[in-house]
Design a protein. Structure first.
Length: 253
């Protein structure tokens, strides 16, 4: 790894840590929930390489690491920063060994306080922001806006996502996803996600993920997920292992 790559990786991780989910989202999913971190609270989500493994068609890569930071703000809002380093295990001539992609900065706002905020009925939120250029990857900037609805019962928690994006290649993109979680009181709860995504100039993507979240404490959770997807004529296989760590900045205990 060159000095420039180390500096870019540190910069992406520091942005996540200092600033602070469409984006990377609620681990280990691509979708997110209609909740935000408490004011002054930092929720850090990490996928730890070489735990993250991706196979798309004949190409393989390690995700090492991926990071999302969610920093709580007053008014039921949070600032989100994200990025991930991808290391190619198979690459063609002229292709970079590693890149930092999926970079972005977003604002999430709760529009209706509901079950995720200890109130009644569904929680509703929006998330909007800027898609930033990759380092040694896809250039250009874009934007996205998401609408999120979450509902919890004694048996299951469901998060529904609809995201419209203007990609870094300046193409329209529509993402529709749903996350299902076992009862919130379980220490280890099975989870699943399905989503479909369509970019105007690209084949449709359909994805399924199954996994589990282990809540060690109120502030620390570990997660694992196995994802299978179909993108055009290619099959995608992915292993995700990571953690979510919540801590306070400048708050009284």
């Amino acid at each position: 790894m060159s000095q420039a790559e180390r500096l870019a990786t540190a910069t992406a991780l520091c942005a996540a840590l200092a600033a602070a989910d469409p984006a990377f989202a609620l681990r280990p999913f691509d979708s997110t929930d209609a909740d935000v971190a408490a004011p002054g609270e930092l929720e850090l989500e990490l996928e730890l390489g070489p735990a993250g493994w991706l196979r798309q068609g004949s190409k393989r890569a390690l995700i090492a690491p991926a990071a999302v930071g969610n920093f709580g703000l007053p008014g039921d809002r949070e600032l989100v920063a994200q990025g991930r380093r991808e290391v190619a295990l198979d690459r063609g001539p002229g292709e970079p060994r590693s890149s930092i992609d999926e970079n972005g900065v977003f604002m999430k706002q709760v529009l209706r306080r509901g079950v995720l905020q200890d109130a009644s009925g569904p929680s509703v939120a929006t998330e909007y922001g800027v898609l930033l250029p990759s380092v040694r990857g896809e250039g250009g900037t874009g934007a996205s806006v998401a609408w999120i609805v979450s509902q919890r019962t004694d048996a299951v928690t469901v998060h529904l996502n609809a995201v419209f994006a203007w990609t870094r290649k300046h193409e329209s993109d529509l993402f529709l996803g749903a996350v299902f979680e076992a009862p919130n009181g379980w220490t280890v709860r099975p989870v699943a996600e399905v989503f479909g995504e369509q970019t105007s100039a690209s084949p449709r993507t359909t994805s399924r993920l199954a996994g589990a979240i282990w809540r060690v404490s109120q502030d620390l959770s570990f997660d694992a997920g196995i994802r299978g997807a179909h993108e055009g004529g290619e099959n995608v296989r992915e292993l995700r292992l990571g953690l979510t760590w919540i801590f306070s900045l400048g708050k009284e205990p």
